[in-house]
Every structure is written in structure tokens, then in C-alpha cells.
Design a protein around this ligand. Sequence first.
Ligand SMILES: C[S@@+](CC[C@H](N)C(=O)[O-])C[C@H]1O[C@@H](n2cnc3c(N)ncnc32)[C@H](O)[C@@H]1O
Length: 408
Amino acid sequence: MAADPLSIDVDLTTQSLLLASANHDIPALKDLLKTTSATVQDPETRFTPLHAAIAACEPDDEPQTNGNGSNAAEEERKKTLEAAAETVRLLLQSGAIWNDLDSNNETPGCTAKRLGLEEIYQLVVDAGVRAELLLSRLDQYQPLGDDDDEDDEDNEDDEEGQQEPEMNGTEEIPEHVTEPITTTEGATSNEDYLKDTVEFTDTTLLDSSKQGVMMNWETPIMKRHSELLLPSPNLRVLNIGHGMGIIDTFLSENSPSNHHIIEAHPAVLKNMRENGWYDKPNVVIHEGRWQDVLPKITSGAVVVFDAIYFDTFAEEYKALKEFFEEWVVQLLDSDGVFSFFNGMGADRQVCYDVYTKVVEMDLFEAGFDTEFEDIKIPNLQESAEWEGICRPYWALDTYKLPTCKFVG
Ligand SMILES: C[S@@+](CC[C@H](N)C(=O)[O-])C[C@H]1O[C@@H](n2cnc3c(N)ncnc32)[C@H](O)[C@@H]1O
């Protein structure tokens, strides 16, 4: 059977674009991009022009035979990296997608990171931040006459099928920004999770599909959060999401004058009752979703905290954003501290770096300065933390702990 001439054409154009990208051939690329999209992918390797431009920087194993020695080699390397950076810039300006996956499960940013190409890696991260900010702005946009409240429901896809990343590692990495993030089995939304059964073990809190809602390895992170939230006794603190009670235990050790906890899952509340949380002095437990509890406790009363912490499960980023934009701004004392579990995109460095910048920018827009403290995380794979857990939600060696205060 004769090959379809149209598909041969398409293949040739894709291959030409990939080749020009790998050669960092800017004039050829500019020409090709007049008629071809920068988002093409090789059908086998799933390489995009961005992957090709970055992967071409992988140094040869062969030793340099140039008689001028290492200076000439260094000069050559510098030129290659400059040409690669220019190519990456051109592709991104032409609409290349920052987080397409190749057949080795690498985004262009992952390849740049693996090859130690820091400048190019930053170009990809910045493109990711721009794309995510734009998508979140589009998500807020409602065409005139569209007053359908259901659009605001948790975990809804937008018109292009894009979903927000979730906060406690329950998000999958998007294949690229315009495709839906496939939610994992089990807890697909906050509503479903809250109806689901959960199981406490000595070291974990799991949902029915064995996803980690909370795990013991996070203890040092929770300890540091609590130290920064309550540096002295007699402060007023609000914690959203009790989980295994790790942070609440640390917080109560710092002797707050008032310790409010909002928790929505019936099994977690039962566990809190069994563990005496309802009888602790100065502890006030609010049963229900923060979205329902906060309007009730603030109606007709001025409620102010010195410290607020947020760490829920199966909620999208827009829930966290709504929380600080609408609630922290009114509940936090002017000298107070807000913090949250910074776990978005934490199964891939480039996504973590993108979402960390996005949240920092959104916090700034809401009136907060954020400082990040690096906390080293041991290799959880080696310490068998993920045995029996359906999806490892943390793959990085550093946790960026956020501390947010009102600007000025
Ligand atoms: C990751 S755990 C919190 C872990 C906690 N930081 C600790 O140190 O153990 C998340 C908790 O948030 C609760 N949660 C989830 N959605 C919620 C919501 N909308 N409102 C209040 N609590 C929620 C979950 O039931 C769970 O107990």
C-alpha cells in the first residue's frame, strides 16, 4: 500500500525541526517555525524540538583530540551552550511546551537538570511559571453571562481539560500544560476523599487506595514548621488538617494560648477523640471542611491568629490560593506568620521549582513576602518509605519550607 504523502510531509517537517533544533541552527529554525508548530514530537522518542536542543548538549565520551588542549574544548563548549540557550529561547517564544514528556519520562527541564545545564534549566522553569500563571488567570476568567457556580467546584477541569496541581503529592505530572492531569485512583477529589475510608498505621495515614495522606518521614519538616510558626509561648495558632497530629503535637509543645484545629475527615476526628485531643487545654477543634468552618467562626466575630498552618489532602492548588487570598489576609495578625506544606509537583524537580515560584508570586500579589528555608530530605526510596504506598509523592532531596509574612 502506498504511504500517505501527507503523513510523509508531516514526518519530514518534524524531523527537519528536530534536526535544526539539535544543531542549534537558528536561521533554519526561524524558517521552519513560520509553517510548523514548535510543539511537534517525534513519534518514537517523543522528543520535542526543546528536548532535541537540550539533549544535543550532552558531552561526548570521546576525549578531545584538539592539539590546543582544554582551552579550545572549553571555548567550544561555551559556544555550544550559548547556541543551545538561544535555541531554547526561540522555541519557547514560538510556543514550545515546557513540560512535554519524552519516551524516557523526561521533560526538557529534566534533561537540562540531568546534564547540569543550569542556565537552560532556568529558562525552562521561567517558561513553566509563565504558562502556569497564564493558565490560572484563564481559569479565573468567566465569560460574561456565565454564572454557572458549578465551575467553581473542586477538581473541575477547565475548558481545555487542564486540572490544577494538588498539594499533597496527589497530582500526576501533566503530560503537558494543555492536557488534563490524570488524578490517581482512589481520592480523586476532596469530596471523594472525605467519604473514603482511611487507615492509620504506626507510620502512615493512608486512604483506601494506599495513597499516603500523611507519613512519618515528614516529621522533621513538621517540627521545623512549628518552630517557625510558634517561636515563643502564648501565641494563637490555627492549623488546617490534623492528619497524624504530628504538627499539632509540636505546636502544642510550644504552649500556645489558643490552638484551633480544623479537620474534616470523620475517621481522623475519631482518632483525635481517642487520643485525647478534645480534652487538651486551650485546644479548640472545629469539625468540617475549612471552606465551611471558617465562614461560621468568623461571622460576627473578630478572629485573629499569630500563626496559621495549612496542610490538607486531595485539594488543588486553587484551594490553597483561595485560602491565603481570602482567609489568611483577614485572620492573620499584622505581625503573624503563615505557612503551608509545600509539596506541589514534588515528584519531579522542574515541576517543584515551577510551582514554588508560582505560589511565591501569588502570595506576593496577595500581600505576603515569602522566605524559603532548605530542609534536606533523605533518600526515601532507599529507606523503603514507599513500600506498600501506591504512589511516591516525594522524589526530591530538598524541601523548600515557606514562611510568609505581610509585606512591609
Ligand atoms: C496531610 S494531612 C495533614 C498532616 C498534618 N500536617 C500532620 O502533621 O500530621 C491532611 C489532613 O487534612 C484533612 N483535610 C482534607 N481536606 C480538608 C478540608 N477541606 N478541610 C479540613 N481538613 C481537611 C485530612 O483529613 C487530613 O487529616
